[in-house]
Design a protein around this ligand. Structure first.
Ligand code: TYD
Length: 150
């Protein structure tokens, strides 16, 4: 994997790192999540993962339409993104820097540090029919897309 975000992964809407506004003072840091400030979609759902056992891997799916920003609120983990043509691996370890992942990107979350809490800010309500859970099906559809889709 030689690409570096911002890079070429995501033919519908490329993956990119997103800086969230951070307010720092002697009392600590405060990070703001607000559409229009680093997030260019309406947030219709949020969820977070926690109590992740050592060695666990999550994800292993893609989405047909859904957009999301992923933030390591505490700890760190790697996100491997794959649009069927190109792959990249991004380490998330900063609560004020998220990873935008658009439609038609397969993702795996790996290498969770102990105590990690990961936050997902998502453009759609939960809909299992909108998922790709089978990589071969995802690959077939991703490769069938032609032209510059960005
Ligand atoms: P899953 O998609 O496997 O999580 P991850 O992408 O982190 O690997 O989801 C785990 C379970 O949670 C699965 O039974 C579906 C359920 N779930 C919901 O009910 N609502 C949600 O918004 C999400 C993201 C998952």
């Amino acid at each position: 994997m030689t690409n570096v975000i911002p890079g070429g992964v995501g033919r519908v809407s490329p993956c990119r790192l997103v800086d969230l506004p951070e307010h720092s003072d002697p009392r600590g840091k405060l990070t703001v999540v607000q559409p229009g400030k680093g997030i260019d979609f309406e947030i219709r759902r949020a969820y977070y993962i926690h109590h992740i056992p050592q060695g666990a891997e999550r994800g292993a799916h893609g989405h047909r339409r859904l957009r999301q920003v992923i933030v390591a609120v505490h700890g760190s983990f790697d996100v491997v993104v794959d649009d069927g043509f190109t792959q990249d691996k991004v380490t998330l370890d900063n609560p004020s820097r998220g990873l935008y992942v658009g439609p038609m990107v397969w993702r795996d979350m790996i290498d969770f540090a102990p105590g990690t809490v990961g936050l997902w800010l998502v453009s759609e309500p939960y809909d299992e029919t909108e998922y790709y859970r089978d990589y071969e099906t995802f690959l077939r559809d991703a490769k069938a897309m032609t032209g510059d889709l960005r």
